[in-house]
Design a protein around this ligand. Structure first.
Ligand SMILES: [Zn+2]
Length: 430
């Protein structure tokens, strides 16, 4: 895996194959035939300035000093990915069950670097007791602030400090006292009147979105079983409305059709997990423009673990997990057909969900659900950027956006089920 460092103060010209569907609806290049087009893009001051056909004469772009990057023919350049659901506090092995304390900045930095290697340019942290999302944001700011532009050597072993994804945070989750979510938040809600104060505190802490735990986890040994919904429709509406006063979108952890339906009808911004959602509720999601982040990876990881330890192991029944995953994949396909905006989220950090491979596995599951490669890549970039509120900067390859780009094997466009990550990542430094 290569990293192409692009210094802000140095113009860069990238030439290579680009995925046409990732070029957004801009006047250029309409004349191009096929899925892939050979293009030249000009980057300056940290943003894409111009996109031209490669056969066009090179326009003046301080070409004497521009850095030139040529991507080989067997690769395709696509927008970098977005992971809509991670838990930076978790190690990917133990999960919340062995969750004892805050992570060190050093470990956090390693996790953020792994994310970059996975091809992911932005993550949304799904909250924890220690507010690791904000810790990550501050860490990035501190390190970026102290790094000297131009200090890093291209190709050096150690990533320059500025190789961090964008981090969108939710701080501490809102959950009902005595229900699922104690490790995601800091004290549960006893009555809905407390919500305003909570959200005010979250806003002061600098969160970008509000996370609400509306149900527990799906059962790993009884098919279709989930906890009851934590908040009534009236309460959820109140939460969404107060968050709206602070311009904070609400992401709702919800499995079971009832829990999802309440989130959707209350006008939540996105539904996380959404196991056992009904076609009718998906229809409402499409109508109301509520996004969905299905997170197949944590259940798939539990299945893998159960199978490797020889099948049925008390709390985990592999057959139940298989059925749960199959049902979820069918819902993903259905939701896509209905026009629900789906983003890719891994729940990275959960047991068995790695900080890099977790994302590729999640994409692989979408391929198994029957989605086309172009659709999966669009969900990974364009939809994810929208869900995180970062669509002005990333998600498509477009003039005015930042060059959050990666290159993948051209062969991957034929087979996303076994996707093994990007071949190179472009990163702006300094
Ligand atoms: Zn989560």
């Amino acid at each position: 895996m290569d990293i192409h460092y692009m210094k802000r103060n140095k113009p860069t010209i990238i030439e290579g194959n680009f995925l046409k569907s990732s070029l957004a609806d801009q006047p250029f290049p309409r004349d191009i035939q096929g899925d892939i087009c050979l293009l030249r893009i000009y980057i300056k001051d940290g943003s894409i300035q111009r996109i031209t056909n490669i056969s066009e004469a090179e326009k003046d772009f301080q070409s004497t000093e521009a850095v030139r990057i040529n991507i080989p023919q067997n690769q395709v350049i696509v927008p970098a990915f977005v992971d809509c659901h991670v838990h930076l506090v978790l190690d990917g092995i133990h999960g919340f069950r062995k969750f004892i304390g805050p992570v060190s900045d050093e470990i956090l930095e390693q996790r953020l670097n792994s994310v970059i290697f996975a091809g992911v340019a932005a993550v949304r942290d799904g909250s924890d007791h220690f507010n690791t999302g904000i810790q990550a944001k501050e860490l990035c700011k501190r390190i970026l602030g102290s790094s000297t532009p131009g200090k890093e050597e291209p190709g050096s072993e150690h990533l320059p400090m500025s190789c961090f994804p964008e981090v969108v945070t939710t701080g501490w989750a809102i959950y009902r006292e005595g229900h699922y979510g104690a490790f995601l938040g800091r004290g549960g809600i006893r009555e809905v009147g407390e919500v305003r104060n909570k959200i005010r505190q979250l806003n002061e802490a600098g969160v970008d979105q509000v996370k609400v735990a509306q149900s527990g986890l799906v059962s790993f040994n009884v098919y279709g079983e989930t906890d009851p919904a934590q908040f009534t429709l009236r309460e959820m509406k109140e939460i969404v409305s107060i968050a709206g006063d602070y311009n904070l979108p609400v992401m709702v952890h919800a499995s079971s059709d009832e829990a999802v339906r309440i989130a959707v009808e209350a006008g939540a911004h996105s539904v996380e997990h959404g196991y056992f959602v009904s076609p009718r509720t998906l229809e409402r999601m499409a109508e109301k423009g509520v996004s969905w982040v299905p997170t197949v990876a944590p259940v798939a990881a539990a299945l893998k673990e159960a199978e490797s330890t020889g099948g049925q192991q008390g709390r985990v029944n592999p057959e139940v997990l298989k059925k749960t995953i199959q049902n979820h994949l069918e819902k993903i396909q259905l939701a896509h057909q209905m026009g629900v905006l789906i983003g890719i989220g891994t729940d990275a950090g959960s047991p068995g969900v790695g900080w890099d491979s977790g994302y590729w596995q999640e994409m692989g599951y979408y391929a198994r659900a029957g989605l086309s490669v172009e659709t999966i890549l669009e969900m990974a970039s364009r939809n994810g950027a929208k869900i995180l509120g970062l669509h002005e900067d990333m998600g498509t390859i477009e003039v005015g956006k930042k060059p959050y780009l990666i290159s993948i094997k051209a062969k991957s466009l034929k087979d996303m089920e076994r996707f093994q990550g990007p071949l190179s990542v472009f990163h702006c430094t300094g």
